[in-house]
Write a protein that binds this ligand. Structure first.
Ligand code: OXD
Length: 306
């Protein structure tokens, strides 16, 4: 019984070391040198070649090497019956929240304005804080933590999700209450999973409904955003700026307009990078549960797509 690591373009050594540290006798095969495909029962995936999993007739479980699973679900060769688990990890959540809080505070305390003033030797003390009301789309493990921390810091917070929520601790809006949600806020944070329902949700129609000058933070997936609509929304004043960590095409192509756009702060998909050391225990535990036929941790709901 063996585990396959399939993460083309990424160095698998950190994962091998972390897995071996927790279970030295683990049989690990690493893409592209998988010579005993019949023995693979669990696959650890990040951006695997579509269709590749059909090489494994005895595959019983797929684990994403990150929080997102859209890279797995978008492969039609992954059978509907195949269980998929994802990483839910305190360190991943902590990093994501810190990134989002950085974006919120940058906007609230106008750091870009003061950087520009410093360059021009301008001493301008008026209106040092933009009052903010924060809306988080996607209120799972990551979005929930972002809401808690920002609430604790004293900001008004609002959540929007696609599932029913009872006893949610903050004002909560469902998808059909999007307009009401947008009317409450001037910082919009996207932490939604990428599904057919959420793809392209950040578009000009939605930006038009925002309070003028709303600030956008997208840390979910590039495909949530219609990228040209963001530039139009900035030009029209629907939005005043954005902080993006994810893009339709990664790495961001050299000729992409976002590189030159000083109203958009771009980072290279580093908001929250999975830490192999921290994530490995749940992978090993799921492998053990698979062998013992026990219920799995952090299982993905195939109907919902996350
Ligand atoms: C993830 C990511 O899904 O890094 O974990 O995007």
């Amino acid at each position: 019984m063996s585990i396959a690591i399939i993460s083309p373009g990424r160095d698998p050594k950190v994962w091998i070391d972390a897995l071996k540290k927790h279970q030295p006798n683990l049989d690990i095969q690493v893409y592209p040198d998988i010579n005993r495909p019949n023995e693979v029962e669990m696959a650890l995936l990040w951006q695997h070649p579509p269709g590749y999993l059909s090489n494994f007739p005895n595959l019983k479980l797929i684990s994403s090497l990150g929080a997102g699973v859209d890279h797995i679900l978008s492969d039609p060769a992954v059978s509907k019956a195949m269980p998929i688990v994802r990483i839910v990890d305190e360190k991943l959540t902590w990093s994501m929240t810190n990134y989002v809080v950085t974006g919120v505070l940058n906007f609230h305390r106008q750091i870009a304005r003061y950087q520009a003033d410093q360059k021009r030797k301008v001493w301008e003390m008026s209106n040092p804080e933009i009052p903010v009301k924060i809306g988080v789309m996607g209120v799972g493990a990551l979005g929930g933590d972002v809401l808690d921390k920002l609430h604790y810091m004293g900001f008004p917070v609002f959540g929007l999700g696609f599932a029913e929520k009872k006893d949610f601790p903050y004002p909560y809006f469902s998808r059909d209450q999007m307009d009401d949600f947008l009317s409450e806020i001037n910082v919009l944070i996207c932490l939604l999973p990428l599904t057919p329902e959420t793809e392209g949700i950040l578009n000009l129609d939605l930006f038009k409904k925002c309070n003028p000058g709303t600030y956008l933070i997208n840390v979910a997936r590039g495909k949530h955003l219609i990228e040209e609509d963001l530039i139009s929304a900035l030009d029209k004043g629907y939005l005043s700026g954005a902080m993006l960590d994810v893009y339709r095409k990664e790495p961001l192509p050299e000729d992409h307009p976002f590189w030159e756009e000083n109203r958009i702060l771009c980072t290279p998909h580093i908001a929250s990078v999975t830490n192999p050391e921290a994530a490995t225990p749940q992978i090993i535990e799921n492998f053990r549960r698979l062998k013992s036929n026990l219920s799995l941790l952090n299982i993905v709901d195939r109907e919902k797509g996350y």
